[in-house]
Design a protein around this ligand. Structure first.
Ligand code: NDP
Length: 386
């Protein structure tokens, strides 16, 4: 039996992970499940899976969690430190599925404890890539990517011969506004922006997909995870989201991973790796799919792609600034305070105005950069909201 912890168990990725685990109750023992405040969903999952510990990050929700778990024998805890302690408990496999940079310290705690850490939560890798990779090297932890694109590349990449890789081709669905002129994006609503054409996901990543900042973050994520130069990573729009990414080799062969638009497939890959496990997904009906289309991304309509590429090339604090400013801008858009096009403008202004530590080399320094970038982005969103 493998011991498992899910950080962010109540979210979209957490729910998909639980679904796979609950279909195989004899294979897994759940150590800890965490959430921000959704105590009802967290308690129900903890009870169903006989978890040892359930933790909410928001301490104001702990009393409700305790009440929901009364008499079950499941330990309850609350607060940021309690999340970090849960992540630090040694287990065989941890799913990192907290949203945003809030996952940075818990991810680091899990990595320092060793075992296999599955990264769905891409923002820590974007903001603190070098620190995270160094920590994994030091502890001997295995990092596996759950993001469907990076999981696809992981499955296709010949790590023994990275010099034989010509390109990584990251596919992008293009999001809900892939055909909209930029002027028509100005007044889109929250509901229109979260309605992804292919995937069902949490609100923040859905907005990131609509601005294509998600692909920008994934470009940086790919550069962190795979031993290639930045100019070897290409983004191609592939509307059907059937090919999840590709690796192009020097002999002209391109290896692709195909699968349904359901995160349970990449998560199952990381759960069973290096083996394979069954999932409830139906086999792909390629005849019904009929065609696979590819097109170049439109950098003029989706400036987030350029900003992410520039941040990756600049290195140092830039990716952390990009990510933090984007988190603030997306939250402001979701709260109805700024318009859709203001999201990426806010990120660009934060990158232009950032004047803090240029090259953070510890988690505390990354968090200092993160905090400064948030303040810059807040200044912009508050001005726009006024
Ligand atoms: P959701 O918003 O659906 O879930 C987020 C989870 O994190 C919830 O459990 C939430 O708890 C918890 N959480 C939120 N804020 C905090 C906090 N401050 N401290 C601790 N826990 C917190 O997100 P997704 O599942 O969509 O995404 C999770 C991560 O995976 C993101 O980084 C995303 O980019 C990445 N990802 C997601 C994909 C998807 O298909 N959804 C695909 C690829 C990557 P609560 O429910 O209580 O708010």
């Amino acid at each position: 039996m493998r011991s498992i912890t899910i950080l962010g168990a109540t979210g979209s990725i957490g729910t998909s992970t639980l679904d796979l685990i609950e279909r195989n109750p004899d294979a897994y023992r759940v150590e800890a499940l965490t959430a921000n405040c959704d105590f009802a969903k967290l308690a129900a999952a903890a009870i169903r899976t006989h978890a040892k510990l359930a933790v909410v990050a928001d301490e104001a929700c702990l009393a409700d969690l305790r009440a929901a778990l009364a008499g079950t024998g499941i330990e309850a805890a609350g607060g940021e430190e309690a999340i970090i302690e849960a992540a630090a408990r040694p287990v065989d496999w941890t799913m990192g599925a907290i949203v945003g940079c809030a996952g940075l310290k818990p991810t680091m705690a899990a990595i320092e404890a060793g075992g296999t850490i599955v990264l769905a939560n891409k923002e820590p890798l974007v903001a603190a890539g070098d620190v995270i990779l160094a920590a994994a090297k030091a502890s001997g932890a295995t990092l596996l990517p759950a993001d469907s694109e990076h999981n696809a590349i992981f499955q296709c990449f010949d790590f023994a011969r990275p010099e034989r890789v010509r390109r990584i081709i990251l596919t992008a669905s293009g999001g809900p506004f892939r055909d909209r002129p930029i002027e028509a994006m100005r007044n889109v609503t929250r509901e229109q922006a979260v309605a992804h054409p292919n995937w069902s996901m949490g609100a923040k990543i859905s907005i990131n997909s609509a601005t294509m900042m998600n692909k920008g973050l994934e470009l940086i994520e790919a550069a962190r995870l795979f031993p290639v130069r930045h100019d070897q990573i290409e983004i191609v729009v592939h509307r059907q989201s059937i090919i999840h990414s590709m690796v192009d080799y020097v002999d002209g062969s391109i290896l692709a991973q195909l699968g349904p638009s359901d995160m349970r497939t990449p998560i199952a890959h990381t759960l069973a790796w290096p083996d394979r496990m069954e999932t409830p997904m139906q086999p792909l009906d390629l005849v019904a799919i009929g065609r696979l289309d590819f097109e170049a991304p439109d950098a003029a309509r989706f400036p987030a792609l350029r900003l992410a590429k520039e941040a990756l090339d600049a290195g140092g604090a830039s990716p952390a600034v990009l990510n933090a400013a984007n988190e603030i801008a997306v939250a402001a858009f979701l709260a109805g305070k700024i318009g859709f096009l203001d999201i990426v403008l806010t990120v660009e202004q934060a990158l232009d105005r950032y004047n803090g530590p240029p090259a953070p080399s510890t988690i505390d320094e990354v968090l200092m950069v993160d905090d400064m970038a948030r303040q810059l982005a807040r200044a912009t969103t508050e001005r726009k909201a006024a």
